[in-house]
Design a binder for this molecule. Structure first.
Ligand code: NDP
Length: 434
C-alpha cells in the first residue's frame, strides 16, 4: 500500500481519517450558510445553532434539488466530453512504484478555454444566467457531498474488482482503503483517467467557473462589480489559468503520482475545492468592499507576483527533470544530487534532485508563494470577519502537513541521498526559519 499511510502514528491517522470523513460534509454546509445567510459571521451561526440545536442545523442543510443535479450533471458531462474529445499532445507521467508509466492527453488548457468561453457566452447571450448557480449553491454543495461519497464507494469497489493497473492494492483495512484509495491510476476504458477528471477537469475547473459566477452575481445584484471582487476574481482566474498551463506538470506531483484515488483526493477535489477554495469570492458577493484603485492594483500586482513565483518553482523542477539536469537555473548550471532508489519490483533506478534555484532555498519553497497568493485574493475582503480567511489557514496547515508527508516519503525512497539533500538544503519550507 502507498507509503504515505504510516507517516503519522496509527492513532492520529485513524482519528484524522474519521474526523475528516464525518466533519467535512457538515462543515461545507455551515461554511456556505454562514457566508451566504449569516453575513459571514461565525458568531451569528454559532448563536443560531445554540438556539436551534440539531433540528436547526438540519433545517439549514439544503436538500439536493433537481436543478442542482441538472447543473452538476451538465457540467460533469461537458467536462468529460472535452477531456475525451479535444486534441492534445501525448504526455508520459512519471514511472509508478510498480514500474508503469501512465500516458495522458494534454488538452487541459483547451478544455479550460472552451469551458470559460462557453460559460460566459451562455450568460452574454442570455441563454443561461450564472446567478442561478449561486442561487442554488447550497443544494449544489449538498448534492456534491452525497454524489461524491457514492463516487468514492464506486472507486473502492472498482479498486477491488477491476483495477486498471498493477498500481493498486488493499491495505487490508476497509477504512484506509476507502479514505486513501486503492488505485493510483484508475481509468474507465483505456483513456478516461479518473483522477485527471476529478482533480483537474471537475475540481480546478469549477474553481474558475464559480469565481466568475460570484462576480456575475454581484453585478446582477448591485449593477456593478466592486474593486475587491474584481481583484479576487482576477487572481483566482489567473491562478487556475496557471494551473491549466502547467497541467501536464501537475501529473508529476504527489496528488497524481503518489496519492491514490479515494475520499482524501477525489472527494476533496469534487466537493472541498468548489466549496472551500472559492469561499473568499462567495463572501464578497454580499460584501462589496471598496478598496480604492491604488490598493486594489497593489494587491493585484502582489498576487500575480506570488502566482508567478509559485509557477516558476514548479516549472524549474519540471524543466530540470525533463532535460536530465541539462538546463540553466537562474542563469547557471544546476547543482544536483543523483539519488538512487529501488522500486517495489526490486529494480534500481535514479532520480535527479535539484539543489539550486528555488529548490536550494528550502525543500518546499513553492508553498510560500502558494500561501501568499491565497492571502492576496482573500485580503480584498479586509478584516471584518475571519471566515473568508479559512481557506488560507486550511491551506497553510495542509501544506505544512504535506511537506512533512513528502519529506518522509522521499526519505524512505532515497534514504542517504535524501539526507544529503537535507544537509545541503536544511530548511523545509521557510528559508532560515522552518
Ligand atoms: P511536488 O510534487 O511538485 O514536489 C514534490 C516531489 O518532487 C517529491 O515528492 C519528489 O518526487 C520531487 N522532488 C522533491 N525535491 C526535489 C528536488 N529538489 N528536485 C527535483 N525533484 C524533487 O509538490 P506538490 O504536489 O506538493 O506541489 C505541486 C504544486 O501544487 C505546487 O505549486 C503547490 O503549491 C501546489 N499545491 C496546491 C495545493 C492547494 O490545495 N492549493 C495543494 C498542494 C499543492 P520524486 O519521487 O519524483 O522524486
Amino acid at each position: 500500500m502507498a507509503e504515505s499511510k504510516t507517516v503519522h502514528s496509527p492513532m492520529l491517522t485513524y482519528v484524522s481519517m474519521l474526523s475528516l470523513l464525518t466533519l467535512c460534509p457538515p462543515f461545507v454546509i455551515l461554511l456556505w450558510y454562514t457566508l451566504v445567510h449569516a453575513d459571514g459571521s461565525v458568531a451569528l451561526t454559532w448563536e443560531y445553532l445554540k438556539q436551534n440545536g440539531v433540528e436547526g442545523f438540519r433545517s439549514i442543510w439544503p436538500k439536493p434539488s433537481a436543478v442542482a443535479w441538472k447543473i452538476i450533471a451538465c457540467f460533469a458531462a461537458f467536462e468529460a466530453i472535452l477531456q475525451l474529445a479535444l486534441p492534445g499532445q501525448r504526455v508520459e507521467g512519471p514511472i509508478s512504484p510498480t514500474g508503469n508509466r501512465p500516458v495522458y492527453k494534454a488538452n487541459g488548457l483547451a478544455a479550460y478555454a472552451v469551458t470559460l468561453i462557453t460559460y460566459l457566452s451562455l450568460w452574454w447571450f442570455g441563454i443561461f444566467n450564472p446567478a442561478i448557480v449561486y442561487d442554488h449553491l447550497g443544494e449544489i454543495f449538498s448534492a456534491l457531498i452525497m454524489g461524491s461519497f457514492v463516487f468514492c464507494i464506486f472507486l473502492y469497489i472498482k479498486g477491488h474488482l477491476a483495477p486498471s493497473s498493477s498500481d493498486s492494492g488493499s491495505s487490508g483495512n476497509i477504512l484506509i482503503d476507502f479514505y486513501w484509495g486503492m488505485e493510483l491510476y484508475p481509468r474507465i476504458g483505456k483513456s478516461f483517467d479518473i483522477k485527471v477528471f476529478t482533480n483537474c477537469r471537475f475540481g480546478m475547473m469549477s474553481w474558475a467557473v464559480l469565481a466568475l459566477t460570484y462576480c456575475i452575481k454581484q453585478y446582477e445584484v448591485n449593477g456593478r462589480v466592486s474593486d475587491s471582487m474584481l481583484v479576487n476574481t482576477a487572481l483566482m482566474v489567473v491562478y487556475v489559468t496557471k494551473f491549466f498551463l502547467w497541467e501536464a506538470g501537475y501529473w508529476n506531483t504527489m496528488d497524481i503520482a503518489h496519492d491514490r484515488a479515494g475520499f482524501y483526493i477525489c472527494w476533496g477535489c469534487l466537493v472541498w475545492v468548489p466549496s472551500v477554495y472559492t469561499s473568499p469570492g462567495l463572501y464578497l458577493v454580499n460584501h462589496p468592499v471598496n478598496l480604492g484603485t491604488q490598493l486594489a492594483l497593489f494587491i493585484l500586482a502582489a498576487g500575480i507576483l506570488c502566482i508567478y513565483v509559485n509557477y516558476d518553482c514548479d516549472r524549474q523542477r519540471q524543466e530540470f527533470r525533463k532535460t536530465n539536469g541539462k538546463c540553466l537555473i537562474w542563469g547557471k548550471a544546476p547543482s544536483k544530487i543523483t539519488a538512487m532508489y529501488t522500486t517495489s519490483n526490486g529494480e534500481t533506478k535514479s532520480s535527479l534532485l535539484l539543489t539550486s534555484g528555488w529548490w536550494g532555498l528550502s525543500r518546499h519553497f513553492h508553498y510560500v508563494p502558494e500561501i501568499l497568493a491565497a492571502f492576496s485574493w482573500t485580503v480584498p475582503a479586509l478584516f471584518n470577519h475571519f471566515l473568508p480567511y479559512f481557506y488560507v489557514v486550511f491551506l497553510t496547515i495542509l501544506l505544512f502537513d504535506r511537506a512533512k508527508r513528502d519529506d518522509d516519503r522521499c526519505l524512505s525512497k532515497y534514504q542517504k541521498y535524501w539526507k544529503q539533500y537535507c544537509e545541503k538544503v536544511p530548511y523545509r519550507i521557510i528559508p532560515g526559519i522552518y
